[in-house]
Design a protein around this ligand. Structure first.
Ligand code: E4P
Length: 215
């Protein structure tokens, strides 16, 4: 399973790329707004530092608006993937863009039917939102597993990005569910690295080594 970083923060992205474990980045209007920077400038900078797909979301709500925005966004870098919301107009935009070879990531997916339609329309990626389902008392990862199963059975090449991840356990669950990608925020990435027993063990190794050196 590949890992994408779910942020528009340049410093977090640079740190994650340096770790060598991140294959792409996903952004959304909320994440971009947090940075307080010009949208196109920010996406262009992210595109230049990430060795993989960078998802940038359209704002328009009609297919013509989405298509026009998409064509501007893909000019920012050859790794730009256009994020399209799972609405009727979004499907029209995905269908048109896929015919022009523009990769799309259909977002705000909350049902297997939505994912199926997005794949049929030609989406390169679908993003089922795990955490927001969990917050409703529904096991969000079940949706990821269902979509993966449907895509596997029917040979869809559309990739499943487990999104709206809330903790490092979600990453394990997404991997077990067969998600192609999990998009995680910086905090989850840091939590995935650390374990208290690792720190305790390292300190013991070093203490034992030091005790011998002092003999
Ligand atoms: C990623 O593509 C999604 O936009 C993101 O994971 C949504 O997460 P949130 O539910 O924390 O907004």
């Amino acid at each position: 399973m590949r890992l994408f970083l779910d942020t528009a923060n340049i410093e977090q992205i640079k740190e994650a790329v340096e770790l060598g474990v991140i294959s792409g980045v996903t952004t959304n209007p909320t994440l971009v707004a947090k940075e307080g920077k010009d949208f196109f400038t920010l996406i262009k900078e992210i595109s230049s530092i990430v060795p993989g797909p960078v998802s940038a979301e359209v704002i328009g709500l009609t297919a013509p608006e989405m298509i026009a925005e998409a064509k501007k966004l893909v000019q920012l870098g050859n790794n730009i993937v256009v994020k399209i919301p799972m609405i009727k107009e979004g499907l029209k935009a995905v269908s048109a863009l896929s015919k022009e070879g523009i990769k799309t990531n259909v977002t705000l997916i909350f049902s297997a039917n939505q994912a199926l339609l997005a794949a049929r329309a030609g989406a390169a990626y679908v993003s089922p939102f795990v955490g927001r389902h969990d917050e409703l008392g529904v096991h969000g990862m079940d949706l990821v597993a269902d979509i993966v199963q449907i895509f596997d059975i029917h040979g869809f090449t559309t990739e499943v990005i487990a999104a709206a991840m809330r903790n490092p356990l979600h990453t394990v669950e997404a991997a077990k569910a067969g998600a192609h990608i999990a998009t995680i925020n910086h905090a989850i990435l840091m939590q995935m690295i650390s374990h208290p027993m690792t720190q305790i063990g390292l300190e013991k190794f070093l203490a034992d080594w030091e005790s011998v050196q002092k003999r």
